[in-house]
Design a protein around this ligand. Structure first.
Ligand code: 0PR
Length: 357
């Protein structure tokens, strides 16, 4: 028989290596607990959490380089991506029947296309897993509502050529969305020369519940202008506020409050320190794997994809390591805040033992 619910404990993060969830910041956990019963979907009633959402969006905008951004705290990257596509369909080109994304885009865009009755055109990435700008340009036509770029891809942690993709969208007169759900909290500290303000980015996904160290669920949708949110809004006759732009109705007050708390605590110095730690650790780890003869994809952001010969991947899972594979079969190690050098050393020890080296 299972122990009672009260006796059960969550998965420990000790061997979780492929997840984009992590241990929240203690201030985020405390804020989540305080606001667990508040509904940001009804800001007229729950005004304290609504104020925190305004602060969280302002902080996310600052982090993304557009302090006056509009937006809201979503249930996660999926809702943010779905709503970016939704807004583009409502606002964009005449036909508005397709969106163009690199094959590295997250599967949430498939959900969006399916829900919205649109065609998702995925185009191949280049040899280094980034969007191929010419292929994207070739796939865009008069009916394209949206071009998507990924800044921190789920499988390889790659950042697409954002200014070039923005130029393709601009030339075609379509909207441009950047999915920085995972990478957004690293980008300000890298040497990428663009940000939300100077590249012609209409909407951006950036998730506090990933690298931002808020609790689950707390995603982020940012938009350059208020018209984007207006295009999503429906009237809410029996609430004290006139309209609602979110996809969900009742939303997580815990997510919103924890996002505001984590950002207040960590932006910018804490996130910078975490970026530097994770980037160094990913480079070290990729080097260790290469020295052992495994082909590791050079990390751009702190995510290492590595080819492990059969049956090593399955054996690592059997002894408890929580790893997942890319479509091409490489094991993914996402260097999230809970992934320390000590834990990766234990992982390498297990790998060596299983490989008999
Ligand atoms: N955009 C990107 C670039 C993502 O990587 C993800 C999630 C999303 C959007 C969607 O975000 P939500 O899951 O918040 O809706 N990427 C992870 C993945 O699919 C999600 C994940 C997180 C999976 C934790 C497992 C896990 O334990 O790999």
């Amino acid at each position: 028989m299972q122990p009672s619910v009260g006796e059960r404990r969550p998965q420990s993060f000790e061997r979780v290596l492929s997840s984009m969830c992590t241990e929240p910041h203690p201030a985020a956990s405390r804020a989540a607990e305080r606001f667990i019963a508040s509904n940001p979907g009804d800001p007229g009633t729950y005004d304290a959490v609504a104020d925190l959402e305004t602060e969280a969006v302002a902080a996310l905008g600052e982090l993304a380089g557009l302090p006056e951004a509009h937006g809201y705290v979503t249930s996660g990257g999926t809702e943010a991506n779905v709503q970016a596509v939704h807004a583009a369909r409502n606002l964009g080109n005449a036909g508005n029947s397709n969106l163009v994304a690199p094959e590295s885009a997250h599967f949430s865009f498939s959900k969006a296309a399916e829900l919205l009755g649109m065609e998702l055109r995925t185009v191949p990435t280049d040899g280094d897993h980034r969007a191929d700008v010419d292929a994207v340009a070739a796939a865009v036509d008069d009916d394209t509502a949206l071009v998507v770029g990924v800044a921190g891809s789920t499988e390889y942690g790659r950042v697409d050529p954002i200014p070039e993709l923005a130029a393709v969208a601009e030339d075609a007169g379509t909207r441009f969305h950047v999915d920085a759900a995972w990478g957004g909290f690293y980008l300000p500290f890298t040497d990428h020369e663009w940000d939300f303000a100077d590249a012609a980015v209409d909407t951006l996904t950036v998730d506090p519940h990933k690298v931002g160290r808020a609790v689950v669920p707390a995603g982020g949708l940012l938009a350059r202008d208020a018209a984007t949110l207006d295009a999503l809004a429906v009237e809410t006759p029996y609430l004290e506020t006139p309209s609602q732009a979110s996809l969900t109705g009742t939303r997580s007050g815990a997510g919103v409050a924890s996002a505001a708390a984590a950002l207040a605590e960590l932006w910018p110095a804490g996130y910078r320190a975490e970026y530097e730690r994770a980037a160094d650790l990913a480079a070290w780890f990729a080097g260790e794997l290469s020295e052992r003869g495994y082909r590791a994809v050079d990390p751009e952001l702190p995510l290492v994809a590595v080819d492990l010969p059969d049956p090593l991947f399955d054996e690592l899972r059997e002894v408890g390591w929580r790893i997942t594979r890319t479509g091409a079969g490489e094991a993914r190690v996402v260097v999230m805040p809970h992934v320390s050098r000590e834990r990766l050393e234990v992982f390498l020890g297990t790998l060596d033992r299983l490989a008999g080296t």
